[in-house]
Design a protein around this ligand. Structure first.
Ligand SMILES: [Zn+2]
Length: 246
């Protein structure tokens, strides 16, 4: 029963996260502005706004204008629910709370970058800050269990590496391959992983990036920009579980 409750709590939070993902890049009010339909802008009645169930009952079409509701909405609710569910099995107490918060920040980064190719630096900086504090005071609750020294060194190495990559890519191709946001994000993620998992993160996010390219670039456009921040965040969540279980 508790597991079901936590799963649904995750779905409710996922539903709110999707509102943030739509509104943050547009600078809209998160709390006081009522939910509205993405197609016709009409306000959504509360009973059509129940996480997971509404989408299933309405069979993916909005009640107001019968347009298709974005599947991402449902995917994010389900995903957040599942993550919370799995976290409850794997972690407890303060560690559980911390992992849930970190994943909420990551989901925001993953979806906002995927939809808008924007990474809000404030999220990356919070990852650096929380990561350093955790590694300094209680590194055992970080699934990667690294020292604050490892954390600091890897932040410097990973961000310089991405900085150089950005510099040379621009020199050779004359276009920006990496954004400044990607550099701060890699610093934020490696503050948690340390050096050993930084290498795995590089490999896994490259693979995820290629998968993204084939999955989301159906028209095979030459200039399709891979949401690299999104594949980095996604790879990080996978590695978080790898480091916990193995
Ligand atoms: Zn509508």
């Amino acid at each position: 029963m508790l597991y079901l409750f936590i799963f649904y709590l995750g779905a409710i939070i996922g539903s709110f996260l999707y509102v943030c993902i739509l509104r943050l890049p547009k600078n809209e009010d998160l709390v006081f502005k009522k939910s509205y339909c993405e197609s016709c802008k009409k306000e959504i009645e509360w009973f059509y706004n129940v996480p997971l169930f509404s989408y299933l009952i309405l069979r993916g079409s909005s009640s107001c204008c019968n347009k298709k509701i974005n599947t991402e909405y449902f995917i994010l609710e389900l995903l957040t629910g599942l993550l919370f569910f799995v976290n409850l099995i794997l972690f407890e107490d303060f560690q559980l709370l911390m992992i849930n918060i970190i994943q909420i920040i990551l989901l925001l980064i993953i979806f906002i970058d995927y939809k808008n190719r924007i990474i809000f630096d404030i999220f990356s900086y919070s990852l650096i800050l929380i990561g350093l504090v955790v590694n300094y005071f209680f590194s055992y609750i970080n699934p990667f269990n690294i020292s604050v020294l490892d954390s600091l060194i890897t932040i410097v190495i990973s961000s310089s590496f991405f900085g150089l990559l950005k510099f040379f890519y621009k020199k050779i191709k004359k276009v920006d391959g990496l954004g400044a946001g990607d550099i701060i994000l890699i610093a934020g993620l490696t503050a948690w992983t340390g050096f050993r998992f930084f290498l795995y993160l590089l490999i896994l996010s490259s693979v995820t990036g290629i998968v993204y390219y084939y999955l989301f670039n159906k028209k095979r456009k030459e200039n399709f920009e891979i949401p690299f921040g999104s594949s980095l965040g996604f790879s990080f969540i996978i590695l978080l579980y790898v480091a916990t279980i193995f």
